[in-house]
Design a protein around this ligand. Structure first.
Ligand code: MIC
Length: 646
């Protein structure tokens, strides 16, 4: 049987179940990562398991999101995270070191390993041939406790790459082409596996860009082979000894196939307000631009920033443009400084920020009212930048710098000869800036420091026997977790305080939601791909804290669905799609036998809207069913469900 690469890696890690369509498998997780905005909850959850150390080969806690310190909250969270890491034997990457995805790739990623991260863009690791999956913090906490990660065997979507990218076209254009073809729903339930003769022309960081934004396709993850280019990257990182060769068998059986001739691609751009609203740059040229940001979670590597440097040589950003650089890591900026690149950037008018995510999650860098901002980020969901009615475009560093120079959206091919970026043979870096785990004997002495904003995890009750509630909100297709639980400078510092953050649930959609929900709890109705985007479990836990017990949608995005189950919210699907039209906000739904139906393993649940019966589907595994009944995964574990004991 000829196997895909994804299957080979996953099969090596299976600890329960077996490969087969729709089967649930449990896989052993080798590495975990957290970032600060999701990490505080993840570690509170881990602490509540009562273990004294993590069980993975390696776990890393990064601080890269909540970097602005406008009051004590973010700084307190950083100290909490640092002390938790020291207490439990976790590597700690402090603020300023860089974005988890870039730093993990530089220092820790190993082809063929499994990585689970509390950030949807953890999939970046697929650029190094890892199976790297973004999940909610509780799933990461469980993996740190040595529990398998459970997933339904995904379809493997093979994408054959042929040809070579033309000048001024790079990894970002490849993933934008995928989004143009397949939309934000095209990857749901699938792992995207790239293969074919074109792969060798993509550098490891270009592959990382493509893998990162596989999250925007809704994919479980993305994987590339581990080949000579991977080896080159790991050698530059002084980690050549950790490289292994990995590829799929010849002609494996892909569940779905597509092909991209790289030589035919041209510069692409995702227009407001969705990553799949992709057009050719040449078709939208001329739109005036006020802000250009290069870097953050994706396209923040040495090559990405050096292309900007080279294009800026002897030029400057247009006076009407704020050109901003968010380096992916301290290593990236250090190496750019070393070859005098930083002087070209600053001389050309760039504002160099600290390494981190920043504006990508609305932590600063909000654009001016009514202006266009071009970013190399992965997402442009409405309002995510922090400015109402924002007009955010996503593009490659090439298109970004060309547009910054001309002050309007510009096809980078107008810049003339495509500069060559030569990567150093060995990147400069200071290994000591990532704080290593303490020796076991010293860990117990570490006191965990908790600021006043770090509040205990809420207690969630069991699923009731019957339930009656009002439909508090009905939303359309592709609702993102940014709609449900906004990011931004004012809300993000509340990530370790569920009561406080819950006041912001759905505030961008309906300002009355919090008050109505707190008074009476209720039900939310969604369309297709409900909860797409981030891994933030706050988008499940905060509504649950306010009393949301049931969400009904046409379909759910993968991570959000798991987060709902992890916190005991019942994710129901319409049996008859026309019921979505019939039900409206304010209707009351009664579930007379809610608990009993779930206990009995039924996959159809009946609800009554007045006299009318609405039939709903519950598609869950046995483990998920038990999570829902117990009021969430933590409650289940407290009942002794943990597979691995201390
Ligand atoms: C994102 O890009 O949406 C984020 C911010 O990195 C999130 C994590 C979060 O909300 O903290 C993600 O991708 O999971």
């Amino acid at each position: 049987m000829k196997k895909t690469l994804a299957r080979k890696i996953l099969e090596k890690h299976i600890v329960s179940g077996e490969w087969g369509t729709r089967n649930e498998i449990g896989i052993q997780i080798d590495q975990t990562l957290t970032q600060d905005a999701t990490g505080t909850l993840a570690y509170l959850e881990f602490e509540s398991l009562g273990l004294d150390r993590m069980k993975t080969e390696l776990s890393v806690s990064y601080v890269d999101h909540n970097l602005l310190q406008t009051d004590f909250k973010n700084a307190d969270d950083h100290r909490f995270l640092q002390t938790v890491a020291q207490r439990y034997g976790i590597y700690f990457s402090p603020p300023g070191n860089g974005v988890s995805h870039q730093v993990h790739m530089e220092r820790f990623g190993i082809p063929g390993k499994t990585l689970l991260g509390s950030d949807s863009h953890t999939s970046t690791g697929g650029g190094l041939g890892m199976i790297a999956i973004g999940v909610g913090g509780l799933d990461v906490a469980m993996a740190m406790a040595g529990e398998p990660f459970y997933l339904q065997v995904p379809k493997i979507f093979g994408v054959k790459l042929t040809g070579m990218l033309p000048p001024w076209v790079s990894g970002k254009d490849v993933i934008l082409e995928m989004l143009r073809r397949h939309t934000v729903k095209g990857g749901i339930g699938k792992i995207i596996e790239y293969f074919g003769p074109g792969v060798k022309y993509l550098s490891a960081t270009d592959r990382a860009t493509i893998a990162n934004m596989g999250a925007e396709l809704g994919a479980t993850t993305t994987v590339f082979p581990s080949d000579e280019r991977t080896r080159e990257f790991m050698l530059c990182q002084g980690r050549g000894d950790q490289w292994v060769y990995l590829e799929a068998d010849e002609d494996p059986n892909y569940d779905e196939l597509d092909e991209i001739d790289l030589s035919k691609l041209e510069p692409l751009i995702a227009c407001p307000t969705s990553p799949d609203n992709v057009k050719r740059v040449s078709d939208v040229e001329g739109i005036p631009v006020a802000q250009v940001i290069i870097g953050s979670s994706v396209n923040s590597s040495f090559r990405d920033l050096m292309i900007v440097c080279k294009a800026l040589e002897g030029k400057r950003a247009h006076p009407d443009v704020s050109l901003e650089i968010n380096p992916g890591s301290r290593q990236v900026i250090e190496n750019i400084i070393k070859i005098n690149g930083a002087i070209t950037l600053t001389h050309g008018g760039a504002r160099i920020h600290q390494s981190g995510c920043l504006g990508c999650i609305g932590m600063g860098q909000a654009p001016a009212t009514g202006t266009v901002s071009l970013r190399t980020f992965p997402r442009n969901f409405p309002g995510r930048s922090g400015t109402e009615n924002d007009q955010i475009y996503l593009c490659s560093p090439e298109t970004a710098v060309a547009s910054a120079i001309f002050g309007k959206i510009t096809d980078p091919r107008r810049l003339g000869k495509y500069p060559e970026v030569v990567e150093p043979e060995r990147f400069e870096f200071n290994e000591d800036l990532i704080i290593r785990p303490l020796p076991i004997a010293e860990r117990k002495k570490v006191g965990i420091i908790r600021g006043p904003n770090i509040v205990p995890f809420p207690i969630l009750g069991l699923l009731p026997d019957e339930y009656e509630g009002e439909i508090l909100l009905k939303v359309e297709d592709n609702i993102t977790t940014d709609h449900i639980m906004p990011g931004g400078n004012d809300v993000l510092p509340l990530r370790s305080n569920i009561p406080a953050i819950s006041e912001h649930v759905y505030e961008r959609v309906d300002k009355t939601f919090f008050k109505r929900c707190r008074e009476k709890g209720g039900i939310i109705i969604g369309g297709e791909n409900y909860g797409q985007g981030s891994s933030r479990e706050h988008a499940a836990l905060a509504p649950r804290y306010l009393g949301v017990m049931i969400k009904i949608a046409k379909s759910f995005a993968r991570i959000h669905r798991s987060n709902l189950i992890n916190f005991g919210i019942v994710p129901l699907l319409f049996c008859d799609p026309s019921d979505y039209q019939c039900l409206k906000q304010g209707d009351r739904l009664r579930f007379p036998e809610l608990r009993k139906s779930i206990e009995e393993g039924k996959d159809e649940i009946a609800a009554l809207c007045g006299m009318r019966e609405v039939r709903l589907k519950l598609k869950v595994t046995e483990r998920e069913r038990r999570c829902i009944l117990e009021g969430g995964y933590l409650n289940l574990v407290k009942k002794g469900w943990l597979r691995t004991k201390t």
